[in-house]
Design a binder for this molecule. Structure first.
Ligand SMILES: Nc1nc2c(c(=O)[nH]1)N[C@H]1C(S)=C(S)[C@@H](COP(=O)(O)O)O[C@H]1N2
Ligand SMILES: [Mo]
Length: 232
């Protein structure tokens, strides 16, 4: 895996190491990472710095790195590996050629804002994974963002909910760069932090792993209305 230069914030290198360790299969660092984060930094103090801007549509564009990944349709690849019979790499054209699904759903950030009736088009995870053939021990998916060190995971049960998808269109247009071009996770039942933007790799694992915000105190089970967010 490519290792990126260390960014300026004192918070970020920690998260990158933890998440790369996670993707590399090293789970041990995560077991101590979470309680440590709770001690160092209450969740509420981290949130305001997340807000880059608020759009008239009600969306806030959230990032953790200094710059957003650039999407080049010729060079972009989506890697699917881990507990699969056949690890594979999809081009953007190959992703678009998979069975297309569409839906209209609401989007909720754990900090209290929502956007209603977002129209998404993309691929259901079952269709996305079919060619890779998950092994019988597969239980979860870990989504690695091109925006390091962001990532998160879903159990297969969650990923196979009928309105969860890897989305490549939003409101009738290709997914805009600030929203994660060319592809992001959409799972309306769960808070926004599970909806990983700029997905470039999906690792099939035998258990869900803690993602970026979970390492910083949020629940892994991010069900809207039932987890430890504001107003929950
Ligand atoms: N790569 C990446 N994905 C991310 C985030 C992020 O900072 N980086 N923030 C998450 C959070 S907390 C929310 S609420 C949504 C916000 O989606 P938007 O930026 O498209 O409004 O993206 C999620 N996915
Ligand atoms: Mo969020």
């Amino acid at each position: 895996m490519r290792i990126e230069p260390t960014p300026d914030s004192d918070l970020r290198p920690y998260g990158r190491r933890a998440f790369l360790a996670l993707v590399g299969g090293g789970l041990s660092s995560l077991l101590w990472a979470r309680p440590l984060w709770r001690l160092i930094s209450p969740v509420t103090e981290l949130l305001p710095s997340q807000v880059r801007n608020v759009l008239p549509s009600g969306w806030r564009i959230y990032t953790v790195a200094a710059t957003m990944p650039v999407f080049d349709p010729q060079r972009w690849r989506l890697r699917i590996d881990g507990l699969v019979a056949r690890p594979l790499t999809l081009t953007y054209a190959e992703l678009r050629a998979l069975p297309r699904a569409e839906q209209t759903s609401d989007f909720h950030c754990v900090t209290g804002w929502s956007v209603k009736n977002v129209h998404w088009a993309g691929v259901r995870f079952r269709d996305l994974l079919a060619a890779a053939r998950p092994q019988p021990s597969a239980r979860a998916l870990t989504f690695v963002s091109a925006e390091r060190p962001y990532g998160d995971s879903l159990t297969l049960e969650e990923a196979y909910l009928k309105d969860a998808m890897l989305a490549y269109e939003m409101d009738g247009k290709p997914l805009p760069r600030p929203h994660g071009a060319p592809a992001r996770v959409v799972i309306p039942e769960m808070y926004g932090y599970k909806n990983v933007k700029w997905v470039e790799r999906i690792v099939v694992t035998d258990r869900p792993l803690d993602g970026y915000w979970e390492l910083r105190g949020y629940d892994r089970d991010a069900w809207v209305g039932h987890s430890n967010g504001y107003g929950a």
